[in-house]
Write a protein that binds this ligand. Structure first.
Ligand SMILES: Cc1cc2nc3c(=O)[nH]c(=O)nc-3n(C[C@H](O)[C@H](O)[C@H](O)COP(=O)(O)OP(=O)(O)OC[C@H]3O[C@@H](n4cnc5c(N)ncnc54)[C@H](O)[C@@H]3O)c2cc1C
Length: 469
């Protein structure tokens, strides 16, 4: 078997139209979203059924050819980009894009892995239900990618991360067998919880082909506000007040540094910041419930009025209309695109105990400023989860040195997070970007368990090599 014969053999399995080899056609699959990491492969396969996925993997296992599963290719850690000197196959799930079943009695939905997150959200809405996972990339990322990265986003505060939303999984194993764990049960202690092993495994243990997910009641009303604060500690204090006042109705609690808001306003057309003068820190708060809008927003205004009187916050701008609420979310969803345009940016995905977030922000800022005075520093945090995206942006001209620079900055930031009882990888996964950090911060015992798990499920190491471990 020659490398040139691989696409021909795969075309026999899934049809020539679904095996891409032309450089124009394959290019988008070989470069990550940020445009900084590239790879190569023998071809891109786009199977149209679970059986075709299994046939591809069986063929690749027989020939010891690496397989790189790919969803929407929005990974923040270059997780789906092929590494292997070009001798591998990208397996894109995009054609497995059917919503198979919506069960409004069990509040469960079964979808194929290539459905976009937005498609799943819409299917739930069409049945008067909510699928709560919310990411700025939801129009492009796929549910198989969300499951494989255990994606987080802005609704974790209320609903948990993807792992908490998964009821069952079907996956193709490294030898091409299909494991059907597609159950919609709320209780199932029959043996080890295999589905949890695949959640967050980043395509290194199996290929997710179908998923059963939890649905929730839709909340009829929402109230939102942007709030100005002098310091992150005030945001932590306000979080406690909001939790006490709203309980489970608290839906989003997103903290921005002033520099982050400034960059968004500079690069994203149509964004209007809610403040005439930028405060040092700003919070975007959303509460959702079934009370009338005036009651929900009235309670939010009361809470914020109290916070203003006590000096915790310096300004509050409630959203008076749905259009204004959407405009607030547009600001939040513009973060990644604005940072990308601003310069060579290194965004970190740390989490620390919520109580340590102010200390972490101060320490990371001080350490990176001292080492790299030329960098612009800013942050956006899912504060309710202690998840801080601390970003250092360098002039585009330093792109040639991106690998080393990114590694050095990450080490500074990660050391601080881990020293505070936190993690260097809260929601984006390890991919190829944070493999060094995994080796640095995980104990020998944990790394040994990881390797044993990988060897048990993928003894040839053909599934997404060069990622995670
Ligand atoms: C603008 C923007 C905003 C974002 N915001 C957030 C955020 O708030 N929270 C967050 O957690 N992430 C966020 N992300 C990161 C990204 O969207 C998530 O990691 C998402 O879950 C990746 O899904 P994907 O389909 O694009 O996966 P890909 O990028 O294609 O792949 C990601 C990983 O999953 C594996 N994989 C993909 N599909 C499968 C499958 N079917 N079976 C097995 N393995 C598979 C790949 O091999 C790779 O390792 C953001 C990204 C962007 C660009």
């Amino acid at each position: 078997m020659t490398d040139a014969s691989v696409p021909v053999s795969l075309a026999r399995l899934i049809g020539a139209a679904h095996v891409l080899t032309a450089p124009d056609a394959t290019a988008p699959y070989y470069t990550d979203w940020v445009g900084r990491t590239s790879g190569a492969a023998l071809c891109v396969c786009r199977p149209g059924s679970v059986d075709e996925v299994a046939a591809i993997v069986r063929y690749c296992a027989g020939a010891a050819i690496p397989v790189f599963p790919q969803g929407g290719n929005t990974s923040s850690t270059a997780g789906g980009i092929p590494l292997c000197g070009g001798r591998g196959v990208v397996l894109c799930l995009a054609r497995l894009n059917k919503i198979e079943e919506v069960d409004t009695v069990s509040d469960a939905i079964i979808v194929q892995a290539g459905c976009t997150l937005a498609q799943v959200q819409q299917a739930a809405k069409d049945h008067d239900r909510l699928f709560p996972l919310t990411l700025s990339s939801e129009g492009s990322c796929q549910i198989g990618g969300n499951v494989s990265t255990n994606a987080g986003g802005t609704a974790v505060l209320r609903y948990g991360n993807t792992r908490d939303l998964v009821l069952g999984i079907e996956a193709v194993l490294a030898d091409g067998r299909i494991w059907n764990g597609l159950r919609t049960l709320r209780k199932d202690n029959a043996g080890y919880d295999m589905k949890s092993i695949f959640v967050g495994s980043e395509g290194t243990l199996g290929i997710v082909t179908r998923v059963a997910l939890k649905l929730f009641p839709r909340q009829r009303q929402r109230a939102m506000a942007f709030v100005a604060l002098p310091a992150p500690q005030a945001a932590v204090d306000l979080l406690l007040t909001c939790r006490a006042s709203f309980g489970a109705e608290l839906d989003a609690f997103e903290l921005f540094s002033a520099s982050q808001l400034r960059i968004i306003a500079e690069h994203i057309p149509g964004v209007r910041l809610p403040f005439a003068a930028l405060p040092d820190w700003a919070l975007m708060i959303e509460v959702k419930g079934n009370a009338a809008f005036c009651e929900l927003s009235g309670r939010l205004v009361d809470v914020l009025g109290g916070a203003m009187t006590s000096g915790l916050i310096t300004n509050a701008v409630p959203a008076a209309t749905e259009a204004q609420a959407n405009a607030f979310w547009h600001i939040r969803h513009s973060v990644s695109e604005a940072n990308k345009q601003h310069g060579l940016n290194f965004t970190h995905d740390t989490a620390v105990p919520i109580v340590r977030v102010p200390d972490f922000l101060a320490a990371a800022d001080a350490a990176v400023t001292q080492a790299y005075p030329e960098a612009t520093l800013h942050s956006v945090s899912h504060l309710g989860d202690g998840n801080v995206h601390f970003t250092a942006i360098f002039p585009h001209g330093q792109a040639g040195n991106a690998g080393n620079l990114g590694g050095e900055v990450a080490r500074l930031v990660h050391d601080i997070a881990v020293s505070m009882g936190g993690t260097f990888a809260a929601e984006h996964g390890i991919g190829q970007r944070y493999r060094d950090s995994l080796q640095r911060y995980k104990s020998p015992v944990e790394l040994d368990l990881f390797r044993k798990l990988k060897t048990a499920l993928d003894p040839q190491g053909i599934l997404n090599p060069g990622k995670v471990l």
